[in-house]
Design a protein around this ligand. Sequence first.
Ligand SMILES: Nc1ncnc2c1ncn2[C@@H]1O[C@H](COP(=O)(O)OP(=O)(O)OP(=O)(O)O)[C@@H](O)[C@H]1O
Ligand SMILES: C[C@@](O)(CCOP(=O)(O)O)CC(=O)O
Length: 194
Amino acid sequence: MASAEPKIILVFSGKRKSGKDYVTDFILKRLGSEICCILRLSGPLKKQYAQDHGLDYSELLAAGGYKETHRADMIAWGEQQRRQDPGFFCRLATEAAQQPVWIVSDARRRSDLRWFQTEYPRQTRCARVQASEETRADRGWRFTAGIDDAESECGLDGEKFDWIITNEADAPALEEQLENILQLASHAAGPHNS
Ligand SMILES: Nc1ncnc2c1ncn2[C@@H]1O[C@H](COP(=O)(O)OP(=O)(O)OP(=O)(O)O)[C@@H](O)[C@H]1O
Ligand SMILES: C[C@@](O)(CCOP(=O)(O)O)CC(=O)O
């Protein structure tokens, strides 16, 4: 089934272990799966990469060490696909989405943002999740040269965002920081949410 036209698209980005999945799952729980879906650009990438390399797709999706072992090679493989077609993973990730609110949990490159801004200029909004290096390290992050200093992690460093969410213990509660986003999304979803 082709995707339905979304009412709003919230495109999230952030460094490794900033909490992109945590924050976007939080929003999904608040809005509910009737009106909202999470789209991962890395979903179709990991699926194809797992098939081609005899790997466990569900482990690549999880937050553990398995995906970190394969990250550098997945990045290189994905970049090769993107060179031929920058919108490749964006199209695959969105092709079956039916809900009025799309949350993209893992934009990493300008080409990702531009694809959504070009295809859906009215609906697209961008949010950044940030956390200190100390907090990210507590969540398992270790600086890795070739990954943390490369496009996959730094490609959106100079971008302007509609919202910046600070996801750590001494920041305001997520509920509070996400209030505007939740209101906007509920409102955009319209009667679905009543
Ligand atoms: N606010 C929070 N409170 C408690 N645990 C959190 C919070 N934010 C993130 N975590 C935990 O930190 C870990 C990393 O978070 P998450 O997977 O959401 O990060 P990510 O940005 O998606 O990381 P990556 O890009 O490396 O996959 C997870 O185990 C998650 O449950
Ligand atoms: C290969 C890659 O998609 C892995 C992303 O994994 P995750 O969002 O950290 O779960 C990163 C990239 O596309 O550069």
